[in-house]
Design a protein around this ligand. Sequence first.
Ligand code: T46
Length: 134
Amino acid sequence: MKTPWLDLQIHGDERGALVAIETGKQIPFAIKRVYYIFGTKEGVVRGLHAHKKLRQMTFAVQGACDMLLDNGRERIKVHLNNPSKGLRVEPMIWHEMSNFTPDCVLVVVADELYDPNDYIRSYDDFLNEIKKND
Ligand code: T46
């Protein structure tokens, strides 16, 4: 699996840096929701699910964490530590986030509002869905 990175332009000057993300430009979907994860405790693993339909892009705007992406056949572990890089999390990708640094702020943009029914929280169910769609 190729790492689904998105490189963002840094608008930097003597004052510092700014990165913009806009629907239809850097983000290939209309953004309906933004959320951010911070203050994650040491040793915690978050995520542990796949989404049925949701499309997302994640950005470690501060600090670092790891993200495991698993399409049911292959898995890759990606280190997020660069605020000018986004990582795509497409539907039917099992994902787990770990090794959060104490200062990590993970910003996520999504193409849908929050819907608990869109989550597949059992890895066995996820694999069964993948097999069904083969
Ligand atoms: C994902 C990964 C990357 C809401 O009320 N609204 C929201 O939009 C979200 C995302 C969560 N919540 C509530 C539901 C839970 O009571 O916030 C609480 C923590 O959510 P969750 O345990 O799902 O968090 P993570 O870090 O395991 O997963 C999150 C997203 O939920 C998920 O869609 O792909 O980050």
